[in-house]
Ligand binder design. Structure first.
Ligand SMILES: [Zn+2]
Length: 347
C-alpha cells in the first residue's frame, strides 16, 4: 500500500515536471523568436564586434613597417605602404604571434607589393586578415598621419612645419629618465587577486607626464587602485589611455578637467606614487612610477564590464621612445610645466 502510493507519487511528480519543462521551453523559444523578428536587422550586427585582441607586435616590426609607410609617403613613392596593412598581413601569416618575426618576412611582402600585387589581392584568401586589420587599426590608427609641429628656424623663431609621420608621444617627457620591463599580466594582490593590465614606467617623482595621443579627458580624480589618475579617450573612441599613480598634492597639469580636449604631446600630470588606498591623496605605492595602460573599445558595452580589452603596451612604449615631447617650467609659482613645441593635427 505504502509502496504503491509512493510509486504513484513519483509518476505524478515527473508528469508535473515534464509539463512545466515543456511550458518553460515554449516560453523561451517564443521569446527568442519574437526578439529575432523584432531586431531582424540589428541583432546580427549588434554582436558583431571584436571581443578580444592579443597585441604582441614587436617594436622592431612597428619600427620597420612605420618607416616604410612614412618614407613612401614623404618621398611620394609610386607605391605607398600602409603600416597597419603590412602588420595585418604579417599577422595573418604568423597567426598573430610576432615572437619569431624576421625582417625577411616583411621583405617578401614588399617585394610582392613592388611587383604590383595589391594588398587586397594578396589577402583575399587570408581568413583572419580583416580581423587583424581592424584590431591593429584600433591600436595604432592614431599614431601616424599628417600634422604641423612647431620647430625653431635659423633665426631662433618658432614656425609651424607640416609633416607626415609619428604623431603619438612617449608618456614620459623628453630628457627625463625612466626604466621599464614587460610586466603585463603579472599578478597584483592589492584589493583582490588580479593581473597587471599595463606597463609601469619607473622614474623620479614630478617627472612631467605626456599625453600619448589627442583625445577627451574621460576621467580625472582619485581611484582606489590608480590613485590620482587620468583617463583619455581617443577621438575615434577606440582607445582609452590610462595614466595612474600621479603625484601627491599636485597630480595634474594646471587647468585640466573632465570633458576637456588634450593634444598629443601636452603635459597632463606628474609622476608619483599615489594609490592603493580608499582615502584620497595617499602615497601607498612602493616605487614611484607611471602606470600606463591602453584599453580597446569596439563597442561601448565593453566599458566597465568583465569583457574589457587591455593590451600589452610594452612594445608600444619601446616604439614611442623615438618621439618625445620637450617641456619647460611655464609657471614658476605653481611649478607647472608645458610643452615647448605645439602641434596641430590635420586629417
Ligand atoms: Zn602598473
Amino acid at each position: 500500500m505504502f509502496i504503491k502510493s509512493f510509486k504513484m507519487n513519483i509518476k505524478f511528480i515527473s508528469f508535473i515536471i515534464s509539463i512545466l519543462l515543456v511550458m518553460i521551453l515554449s516560453i523561451v523559444i517564443f521569446y527568442s523568436f519574437a526578439e529575432d523578428a523584432g531586431n531582424e536587422e540589428t541583432s546580427s550586427d549588434k554582436n558583431d564586434y571584436i571581443k578580444w585582441v592579443d597585441f604582441n607586435v614587436t617594436s622592431e616590426a612597428l619600427k620597420l613597417t612605420s618607416k616604410l609607410d612614412i618614407e613612401s609617403h614623404n618621398n611620394n613613392s609610386e607605391i605607398q605602404y600602409n603600416w597597419i596593412e603590412l602588420l595585418a598581413y604579417l599577422a595573418s601569416q604568423n597567426g598573430g604571434n610576432f615572437k619569431n618575426f624576421k625582417q625577411s618576412h616583411l621583405d617578401d611582402l614588399i617585394k610582392k607589393l613592388n611587383n604590383r600585387e595589391t594588398i587586397s589581392d594578396l589577402t583575399s584568401n587570408m581568413k583572419f586578415y580583416d580581423y587583424y586589420y581592424e584590431a591593429y587599426s584600433a591600436v595604432l590608427s592614431g599614431f601616424i598621419g599628417n600634422y604641423s609641429i612647431e620647430t625653431c628656424n635659423e633665426n631662433g623663431e618658432k614656425v609651424f612645419e607640416d609633416r607626415y609621420g609619428i604623431k603619438a608621444f612617449l608618456p614620459i617627457a623628453k630628457n627625463y629618465n625612466f626604466s621599464h620591463y614587460d610586466d603585463f599580466g603579472n599578478s597584483r594582490s592589492y584589493g583582490f587577486k588580479r593581473v597587471h593590465l599595463g606597463n609601469d614606467l619607473m622614474g623620479s617623482i614630478g617627472t612631467p607626464i605626456i599625453a600619448v595621443e589627442s583625445g577627451v579627458i574621460e576621467h580625472l580624480g582619485w581611484n582606489q587602485y590608480g590613485g590620482w589618475r587620468i583617463g583619455i579617450r581617443s577621438f575615434d573612441s577606440k582607445r582609452y589611455y590610462y595614466y595612474a599613480h600621479l603625484r601627491k598634492n599636485h597630480p595634474y597639469a594646471e587647468g585640466l578637467e573632465e570633458g576637456m580636449i588634450v593634444k598629443a604631446g601636452d603635459v597632463i600630470g606628474y609622476l608619483g606614487m599615489t594609490g592603493y588606498s580608499v582615502k584620497e591623496n595617499v602615497n601607498n605605492i612602493n616605487v614611484p612610477h607611471l602606470h600606463f595602460g591602453m584599453q580597446l573599445i569596439f563597442d561601448e558595452s565593453q566599458v566597465d564590464s568583465p569583457n574589457e580589452i587591455w593590451i600589452d603596451v610594452y612594445q608600444i612604449i619601446e616604439f614611442l621612445k623615438q618621439n618625445r615631447s620637450e617641456v619647460y617650467v611655464s609657471n614658476e609659482e605653481t611649478k607647472d610645466y608645458s610643452r615647448k613645441f605645439d602641434m596641430m593635427e590635420n586629417e
